[in-house]
Design a binder for this molecule. Structure first.
Ligand SMILES: [Zn+2]
Length: 249
């Protein structure tokens, strides 16, 4: 199986999973670039996975369904206008034509119904975990997002992390303002700059790399505690403080 990104809008990636002539896409916010790629490669779209209800993740679904009778999977706790199969925690999505099964994890925070899909060392996490960052709290509380990120952080370190935005470089700049003496952060920043210079994605990342460099997964370290200026060592309060700082960075 091959996985590659279809760039959309300014900085979205629509991940395409392909085996032979069969394809599955994750969070198609725009139909046109997906139709173009699928047509050029003569692929059949069998399924669409949705992580959450924001328009830059679902905007292309209806148009894609006009071209292919794909099965759509979307979170049970959110409302969708298009026909879909509702998924919730512990459901397993069997993508038979690409020979992949993914478990559903509910990861509220960015939105309340947000889900991630995980299996075979792949994680499709929408706007929950980003390269060196995390999603904004549009609907959930800091405690919910912190718990969601902690669940993702406990996946095997080699898990490949497929996020839906190319925010890594800006996130790394922010991370360095907090985690000044972290050598892994400096080397990740150099690596990210090198791949962006030739217009390649910084993703997928891995859980191992995020544990070493993502400040939102490092709220238990003294460096992040100090930089957060939080008055307690409670990791949720530290998380809330640095998430707020990131909003203004
Ligand atoms: Zn979103």
């Amino acid at each position: 199986m091959e996985i590659f990104p279809i760039p959309a809008f300014k900085d979205n990636y629509i991940w395409l999973l392909r085996r032979g002539s069969h394809a599955v896409v994750v969070d198609p916010g725009d139909a046109m670039p997906v139709i173009e790629v699928l047509s050029n490669l003569a692929l059949t779209l069998d399924a669409i996975l949705i992580t959450h209800h924001h328009s830059d993740h679902i905007g292309g679904v209806t148009e894609l369904l006009h071209h292919w009778p794909a099965k759509v999977y979307a979170p049970r706790r959110e409302h969708y206008e298009f026909p879909h199969t509702q998924v919730e925690e512990n459901d397993v999505v069997h993508l038979d034509t690409i020979n992949l099964s993914l478990s559903v994890m509910e990861v509220p925070g960015h939105t309340l119904g947000h889900v991630a899909y995980y299996g075979a060392n792949y994680l499709f996490c929408g706007d929950t975990l980003f390269g060196a960052g995390c999603g904004r709290l549009f609907e959930g509380t800091p405690a919910q997002m912190y718990d969601s990120l902690q669940r993702l952080a406990k996946l095997p370190k080699e898990t490949a992390v497929y996020c839906t935005h190319e925010y890594t470089e800006h996130n790394l700049c922010f991370a360095r303002t907090l985690d000044i003496d972290n050598p892994a952060l400096a080397s990740r920043q150099a690596a990210a700059a090198a791949v962006r210079a030739v217009n390649k994605p910084t993703l997928p990342s891995t859980i191992g790399l995020e544990l070493e460099t993502n400040p939102f997964l490092r709220c238990d370290t003294s460096a992040i505690q100090l930089a957060s200026r939080a008055k307690s060592t409670n990791p949720v309060e530290i998380f809330a403080a640095i998430r707020e700082m990131r909003n203004h960075y």
